[in-house]
Each structure stands twice: as C-alpha cells, then as structure tokens.
Ligand binder design. Structure first.
Ligand code: ADP
Length: 648
C-alpha cells in the first residue's frame, strides 16, 4: 500500500513535470517562431527600402514613395534618404503618429544613425543600431531602432536610407495576433529592462518564460515571452487525472483483492477444518463406509470398512463387482442385487442384511444401509453405503434368547413357589376354622352316647360350617391359582354387606379368642362393588386379622375392631367404595412402615409376611389403592378402595 501510495504521488508529480516541460517547449517554439516572423519582416522591409531607389528618384518622388511605404508599414516611424555625407536628402514620417523626433530634435539622435551607417558601410549591407528611447510631445515615449541601408552605384557609396523602427509597433504589427493573445511578448535589454511590451498576460504564481535572441547586423535584440500558468492544479491535465484515476482504481482493486484474499483464506481455513473434522469423524467411526460410482467401481472406503473386511484401501479402491469381500457362493445373488441397485432402485431406508467375507475367508453378517450419492451439482454420482458388522449383535441376540428361555423356566418355577406359599397362607384360616369346628364337635360327642341327640342342632351347624370352610378352601385354591396365573378374574357386583357377612363368622371366631369387640358400620345406600369376591374377602380377612393381632397386647384392655364401608367420589363420574379397618393397637413403627408391603416381611414369630403384599396386589388389580394411616387417638387404619357397581 505504501509503495502504491508513493507511486501514485510520484506519478502525479512526474505528470506535472511533464506538462510543465510541454508548456515550456511550446513557449520556446513560439518564441522562435515570433523571432523568425520579425526577422523575415525586417528582411522584406530592407528589400522594400531598396526598391525605393530603383527608379532613380528625385527627393520629392522618393518622399511620396516613402510616405506610401510608411502607410503600409506601421512598424516604421520615419524614413530618411541621406547622402554619403549623412545629410538628409528627403524624409517622410509615419502618418500614424505625430512626428516622433519633434520634441527631441532629430539632431540629437544623430549618433545612433551615424553608428548604424558606419556599421552598414563596413558590412556593405543593412545594419541596425542599438535601440534608444525617444520622449514624445504627449509626455510618453517610444523605443526606436535605426536601420541604415547603404546605397551604392557602380561599387561606389552614394548615400544611405535610414529607417526608424518603433519597437512597440514591431511587436504590434509583426508578431502574430495569436501569440500576442496568449503570451506577453516584449523586447528586453540584457539586464531584463523591458523596451517594448505587447500582450496582456495575467500574472500568476507560475510564469513560464522564454528568451530568444534576435541577431541583427550591428545589434542584438532579446525577445522575451511570458506564458502565464495558474496555481498548479492537483490534476494539472488529463494525463495526470488519468494516472490518478488509474492509481485510485489500482488501490481499490488491491483493497478488494486483499479483502477477497482474506475471505478466501478464511474459507480455506474453514474448509481445512471441516475436512479435518470429517476425516477424524470417518476415522473414529465404527461404521464402515463405502462409496461407489454408477458403474459399481469403489471410489471411497473408510478405515472401519477396511478393518471390517481385512482388505487395504489400495486393494479396494477402483475395484468393480464382484467385490473381493463377496463370498464366492453368493456372487450370483449379490450381482443380481447390484443390477437392481444400478438400475436406480432406491434400497430400503432401514437397510438390509447380507453376508461378507473377510480376507481370511471367514464370513460375517453385515447390515447395509445404502443411499444415493448426490454431488454438488445435485446429480447422482453413485451410491454411499454404511456397513455395520452385526456378528456381535447376533451373538448377543442368541445369548439373550437362551437366557430368556431360562428365565421363563425360572419364572414358571417361581410361579409354582408363589402359589404354594400363597396357598399355605390363605388355607391357614379355613383349615384352622375347620379344625376348631371339628374339635368343638368332638368335644360335644365326647359327653356321651346321647350327645348326638342332645346337641343335634349344634353338631349340624358345626358340620355345616366345616362344609362351608372346606368349600371356601376350595375357592381359595382356585382363586389363588387364577391370581397367580394372572387370568382375567370374574368380576361380580357384590354388596359390601355381603362381603362382610361372608367373613364375619371367621372374624368372630378369632375375636372371641383375642377378646376383641367387632364393630361394623356400613353407610346406608352404599353401592355394590365390582370385584373378585373371594380375593376381596381374603383382603378384608387379612386386614382384620392383622388389626386384631396388633391389639393383642396385655396392656390394651378395650380392644375394638372397627370395619367401615362408605361411598367416596373420585374425579369425573366414577364412584368408589372405601373400606377401612381400624384398630387401637400400638401403631406402626417408622422403620416397619418402609417395608410393610414387602413380601415375606413380618415382625411376628409365626407370620409369613405375605398378607399385606397380597392385599395390595389384589386391590391394585381391581384398580383401587391400599393405604394406611395412624388412627386417632391410637392404632392404625388400613383403607382400600374398590370401583362401585350398581346401588345395593
Ligand atoms: P404377617 O401378618 O404374616 O406378619 P403381613 O404382611 O400381613 O404379614 O404384615 C406384615 C407386618 O405388618 C406385620 O408383621 C406387622 O408387623 C405389621 N402390621 C400389619 N398390620 C398391622 C396393624 N394393623 N398394626 C400394626 N402393625 C401391623
């Protein structure tokens, strides 16, 4: 930029210099031409003066001719014919001025005339004397120059013609109009004094000057020409302006180029980054990548692909079909597939599976996902394929399939175990009831042979209860079986009171043993519940039994078991029936609360820890929820909900 700026300044400066030189040159030429003009005119005048003598004039006729000549030549102010002794024979003055020598007297200028004529005589030709100033009558003056022309006849000097030039008029008349318009032209002396001046040059800060010597026989005149130039412009002429404009354009182009270069550099940098990023990505991929042109030649493979098939990049690039990694036995099939692909059919987006062969001959399954390769012009130039080695996946699938089978077998075993434990839990109660009814009956019968008649009705009732409980045990077994097999249970609409009535005999049996007063509160108009009857009865039984066991403490004297049923409204139109079983026992310790519903968690010596977990499962299978909260003032309330059916 600095160089260009320096060049620009230098160009402007040089252009300025060049133009100045041009102007100076033209001025010099013009000055030369002006001098030439004047000289030629002087020569012509000499001839005209000689012509005055050709016709052997008398002084009078000469004066007439001279006056004529003076009218034609403004630059001449006076003509004299002198004899060889320098006496004036005849003379004529210019009609354009008052007689020049009137004020000064012609005699006072005699020396100049004499000097000119002496020179003329010496040269035998026209000669000039140095110019001199002649004051005029009007107070001004005029610079004049004498020309003396010797007259000879037969080689003998007969006289002289003296002509007086007014230098001012020489400039006015003999120098071309054109020049006097453009320049200030003057005759000067050696020291620069102006003798005559023509032209009105404007003064400026830069004046070009040309001096031209005009050698005349006997004297030398100096013609000076001044050309005015205004204050130097910034762009002195078209050339400079052109150079400047070009320089500015050059600078602009440089700036634009610089900007473009920076943009390109940045783009290159970005591209290199993107390439490096792409390379790193390709190298780090575990997915094999391969590109093929439309004729099936491999144009690109990534390291993962090479690793997968065991061939090097060089071995693969440019290779056409059949590819070296195709198992020989599948070549036909693959070739058909290729033909379909090359015909332009788009493969499935989710990919397809195939088998490839490694360099060592081993086969492995691959998942191939293919997509058309579209180039920057939007034209398909080939196919891009991604390969996943799925041998590991296959192995894992196989493993998981076998372990799944094993798991299912284990699950079946677990189901058997679960059923066994649930059965043993749930059958406890009916069996205990049966055993106590049987013990009671035996006790009655032990009273004597008549006992059968005496306690007939009691025995019958006991037998009935035994039968009921046995039947119940049967139902429990079926229910538990269904429950464990997760079959769709039959849902009946059952009135809550009916559910309670079914289990009350068993509850009373235990309540009597534990000295618990059982209190039942059923809200009037409570709707039926949709449920698996036996299982819900088991839930109620379990909760009631837990409650009674919780109150089985020596210090608890007033033992009340409160079972309530009421209707609750949930969001929307669904109706729910809420069952609650409250005791006034010790309550549940926080650490126990956390694991309450865990299967096999129990705090009792003979407990199995399955009751609550089973209750919760049953209630949740019905769509309800089982929760517990502290009872006021003491004890615990277990609450569960069941969906309501029709009004009971
Ligand atoms: P199990 O009755 O066989 O022990 P559960 O699952 O029915 O098994 O009960 C688990 C534990 O929960 C009981 O051992 C007991 O500690 C506690 N529990 C259950 N109900 C109550 C209750 N109403 N009051 C206090 N603790 C209770």
């Amino acid at each position: 930029m600095l160089l260009v700026a320096a060049m620009l300044v230098m160009l402007v400066w040089l252009a300025g210099l060049y133009e100045a030189a041009q102007v100076q040159g033209r001025l010099e030429r013009d000055a030369e031409q002006a001098v030439g003009d004047v000289r030629a005119a002087f020569t012509r005048n000499v001839q005209s003066l000689q012509a005055l003598q050709y016709s052997d004039p008398t002084p009078n006729s000469w004066a007439i001719d001279a006056a004529t000549m003076l009218r034609e030549h403004r630059e001449l102010v006076r003509l004299e014919w002198r004899d060889s002794a320098m006496h004036v024979q005849s003379h004529a003055d210019t009609p354009f001025r008052p007689p020049v020598f009137d004020r000064m007297g012609r005699d006072n200028t005699q020396s100049d005339v004499t000097q000119a004529c002496a020179t003329a005589r010496r040269f035998s030709g026209p000669a000039y004397a140095s110019s001199y100033f002649v004051p005029l009558m009007d107070g001004l003056g005029v610079e004049v120059m004498e020309l003396c022309l010797p007259l000879q006849r037969g080689g003998k000097l007969t006289g002289f013609v003296v002509a007086t030039y007014a230098l001012q008029d020489v400039l006015d008349v003999l120098v071309g109009q054109q020049m006097t318009r453009n320049y200030e032209i003057s005759f000067t002396e050696g020291d620069g004094t102006r003798l005559a001046l023509r032209g009105s040059a404007r003064r400026g800060s830069r004046v070009f000057t040309a001096h031209q010597l005009m050698d005349l026989p006997g004297t030398t005149l100096v013609l000076r020409m001044d050309s005015w130039r205004g204050a130097p412009d910034l762009f002195p002429n078209v050339l400079t302006a052109l150079v400047t404009v070009m320089s500015i354009t050059l600078v602009s182009v440089l700036a634009v180029l610089g900007k473009d270069m920076r943009r390109r550099l940045k783009a290159e940098h970005d591209l290199a980054d993107a390439l490096a990023f792409r390379k790193a990505m390709e190298d780090s991929l575990v997915t094999g990548l391969r590109a093929r042109d439309l004729h099936g030649h491999i144009t690109y493979v990534n390291p993962a692909f090479c690793q997968m098939v065991g061939f090097t990049e060089e071995e693969l690039l440019g290779h056409s079909i059949p590819a070296p990694y195709w198992p020989p036995e599948s070549i036909d099939e693959y070739q058909q597939r290729q033909a379909i692909r090359l015909a332009g059919n788009v493969p499935p987006r989710e990919g397809f599976e195939s088998v490839f062969m490694r360099k060592d001959g081993s086969r492995f399954p691959v998942l191939i996902i293919e997509a058309p390769l579209i180039n920057a012009q939007g034209v398909q130039s080939g196919w891009m394929s991604a390969f996943l080695d799925i041998s590991e996946q296959r192995r894992v699938e196989e493993l998981s399939r076998t372990s799944q089978e094993r798991l299912q077998a284990t699950a079946r075993l677990a189901t058997v175990g679960e059923m066994a434990s649930l059965l043993s839990h749930e059958l406890n109660q009916p069996l205990a009831a049966i055993s106590s009814y049987a013990t009671g009956s035996i006790n009655l019968l032990a009273d004597g042979p008549n006992a059968a008649q005496e306690f007939g009705s009691e025995l019958t009732q006991a037998m009935q209860r035994i039968a009921e409980q046995a039947e119940r045990a049967g139902k429990v077994i079926k229910s538990v079986h269904d429950f464990v097999r997760r079959r769709d249970q039959v849902r009946d609409a059952v009135a809550p009171q009916v559910l309670l009535d079914a289990i009350l005999p068993l509850i009373h049996l235990q309540a009597r043993k534990l000295l618990v007063r059982v209190q039942i509160e059923v809200e009037p108009g409570v709707p039926c519940v949709l449920c698996d009857r036996t299982m819900v009865e088991q839930v109620l039984l379990n909760l009631a039994r837990n409650a009674m066991q919780a109150m089985d403490q020596p210090h608890i004297l007033e033992r009340v078991l409160l079972m309530r049923v009421r209707r609750v409204k949930a969001g929307g139109h669904s109706q729910w029936v809420e069952f609650s079983v409250a005791d006034i026992g010790e309550g549940i310790a926080p650490e126990v609360q956390l694991q309450l519903f865990n299967p096999f968690f129990t705090t009792k010596a003979e407990g199995m820890g399955l009751g609550l977990s089973l209750c919760r499962t049953v209630v949740e299978q019905h769509g309800g929820a089982l929760v517990f909260e502290p009872n006021v003032p003491q004890g615990t309330v277990f609450i569960f909900t069941l969906p309501a059916g029709a009004v009971a």
